[in-house]
Write a protein that binds this ligand. Structure first.
Ligand code: NAP
Length: 419
């Protein structure tokens, strides 16, 4: 690899592409520093940062577009985890965070031992990283469950909100050729997460005819979950906060939607000894279940409930899940207190399953579904590089558009497909 003069790097615009394989010593990045923790709008600031070089098993990718995910809302806020402090405590030197856990781009340099990609390849990156020597992995365990597993661009530095990102080479998959850079860079994190939730927990994998209840059906995860469930023969039903979002979910393949604004039994379930409060809660949950039957036109319950709001919704999810079914959860956006009525769990033999991102095989399987056109990334809006903070602020306030957003880094516009 060639490294050219610092002056050129400083003068280069973010979309000015160097010659393939030429690595400038410094790059533009949208950087979070602890002294700026707070609203995403002001937490991200453009800085010139030394370009990282790939180590053994790693690749340097010239980023064309980056996806926007909730994890970097948390990174900007500095809670629940102070990501910079956590890394410094673990021995890393950089007192800053370059986030971004989704990317499309071009392989620019590779480290020793990399054989699955070469300089010039058009790729997308998934965000699962781990230590290949981890004893858990060495003994055949699923790498994303390993103690060393981390989310690139959230728990690790050098994410995609920069001209170059450093990744483990196994993170890279061929870019679906029909997609623009922006669409390709928008969806892997949520898509692969949804793929594992719906296909990674046998025997509760989506089967033909299964009802799948999808919270936030017009959101990042939900839009992907509906399409995956549909492609596998399931019958997805969305929950949304209004008809516009509901209709969007229907266009993606949902059988219908439940408008959650018609209900008010949300939050931690009341104490079972408080008869009046418990009866009121049960009436709300039953009404929700009836709304689901109305959508379906039959009295069937979901074999899989696709959860991520958490504290607000988990009691309802457990309640409506079918006997022997599974509530699978990957987040607690509204809070982490999951009070469930255990009687439903054991008497009706339901499963509450945690799930977190995905392994290489699941990412590849999701990428193939996208490449085959079975799943659309649902690109909503693209933002200029310097608007990374604004995009995350919209997400923080749940004012972002339906589907998935992307940041244009090297790409000039939302449609660009080639360098
Ligand atoms: P998103 O695009 O903002 O979608 C979330 C959806 O949740 C929204 O569209 C909203 O839809 C719904 N929602 C908001 N408040 C709600 C409430 N009080 N009750 C019920 N639904 C509510 O976000 P996302 O990208 O899908 O991510 C969702 C969560 O999953 C985030 O916390 C993220 O960090 C996490 N996540 C975790 C993983 C993992 O691997 N563990 C991977 C991806 C994402 P309506 O307002 O229409 O209902």
């Amino acid at each position: 690899m060639t490294v050219y003069g610092a002056a050129m790097a400083q003068e280069a615009e973010v979309s000015e592409m160097p010659r393939v394989g030429v690595v400038p010593p410094r790059m533009r990045a949208m950087v979070i520093r602890p002294e700026r923790y707070g609203d995403p709008r002001s937490a991200f600031v453009e800085e010139l940062i030394d370009t990282p070089l790939p180590r053994a098993g790693e690749a340097l990718v010239y980023v064309m577009a980056a996806g926007v995910n909730y994890n970097n809302v948390w990174a900007a806020l500095g809670r629940p985890v102070d990501v910079v402090a956590a890394r410094v405590k673990a021995g890393e030197a950089e007192p800053f965070h370059i986030g971004g856990s989704d990317a499309s781009g071009i392989v620019w340099a590779v480290g020793d031992g990399v054989t699955n990609v070469k300089v010039g390849d058009h790729v997308v990156a998934h965000c699962g990283v781990w230590d290949a020597g981890d004893p858990w992995i060495q003994s055949g365990g699923d790498p994303i469950v390993a103690p060393s597993a981390r989310i690139w661009g959230y728990e690790t530095n050098w994410g995609s909100f920069a001209q170059f990102t450093r990744v483990q080479a196994h993170q890279l998959l061929p870019k679906p050729p029909q997609l623009s850079w922006a669409a390709a860079g928008a969806c892997m994190l949520v898509g692969a997460t949804a793929y594992r939730m719906l296909n990674g927990w046998p025997p509760h994998t989506v089967q033909a005819g299964d009802i799948v209840l999808v919270w936030g059906g017009s959101g990042g995860l939900g839009s992907q979950a509906i399409q995956i469930a549909r492609a596998k023969g399931g019958i997805p039903v969305a929950v949304t906060s209004g008809p516009e979002r509901g209709e969007y979910a229907v266009k993606l393949g949902a059988k219908g939607y439940i408008d959650r604004s018609n209900f008010d039994h949300w939050g931690v379930i009341p104490d079972w000894r408080d008869d009046a409060a418990f009866a009121e809660w049960t009436a709300g949950a039953r009404a929700f279940g009836k709304a689901l039957w109305d959508v379906l036109g039959e009295r069937r319950n979901p074999r899989i409930v696709f959860e991520h709001p958490g504290e607000s919704t988990i009691p309802t999810s457990i309640f409506v899940c079918d006997n022997g079914g599974m509530v699978v959860i990957c987040a607690g956006t509204t809070g982490y207190h999951a009070a469930v009525d255990l009687r439903y769990l054991w008497m009706r033999q339901k499963r509450l399953q945690g799930s977190h991102f995905a392994n290489d095989e699941q990412c590849a399987a999701y990428n193939e579904m996208v490449t085959r056109g079975e799943v659309d990334p649902c690109l909503s809006r693209t933002f200029a590089f310097t608007d990374v903070g604004e995009a995350h602020q919209l997400m923080y306030e749940n004012r972002h558009p339906m589907g998935n957003m992307a940041i244009l880094v090297g790409a000039l516009d939302a449609e660009q497909r080639d360098p």
